[in-house]
Design a protein. Sequence first.
Length: 231
Amino acid sequence: MEPPPHDKRIKGPSGLKAKGRIIGVIIHTTEMGPRKGSGDRHDIVEFLARKGISVPVVTDPGGGSTIMVPLGKLGAGHSKGLSGKAWGVEQVGFAGWKKADWDRKPAQKMVATTAAWAAWALAELMGLPVTEKNLKRFVVGHAKDHKLGGTSDHWDPGPSYPWKRFRADAITYAGERLNEGDVRFRLVATKGDKRVAKTFRVGLGKRALAWIEKRAAAGWNVVVRKEKEPH
């Protein structure tokens, strides 16, 4: 799955490699800009870098995005207790925004871009199908990073964040990428000397997840491999 359009400003810590498997995606708000002329995402990237923080992606109202670390690395300092474990996206906005703020068109575009990045991370970094269940389980706000083992005391992206629309946007993005016909997943399960395998395309997420869960519950070891669709 291709990532959303973005520019690069590799600043601050160059990014950490995952310590084992990436366990989830953290969604943040920057708590600065675009109010009161405090700058766009590029200004915020510079600010975060000066603080020694590197977030994988920063998105802003209007739908633009900038990566602070090479694709696939995790960044540093964006979620307490999860360095080397979780990926993340900072949105240029505020946890205190109300529903009307998130419903503005520029903010809707930012949420859609953030959701697209989350879909990309699930598929490309975690090897998971982009489903409602996986989005709820593995993509959380900074305020709830304890679900992934974090210890943050922050409250972003806030109680009015449009999670339902976010998940719909993520699934839509994954579906659009599916139509490009270039990605599928090969699931291989082993148990003792037994081995079974099955191939799923990204859009068949629920079926793939059910296949994984059924084998895992029976004690099978399941490995997910991303492959190119043959042409």
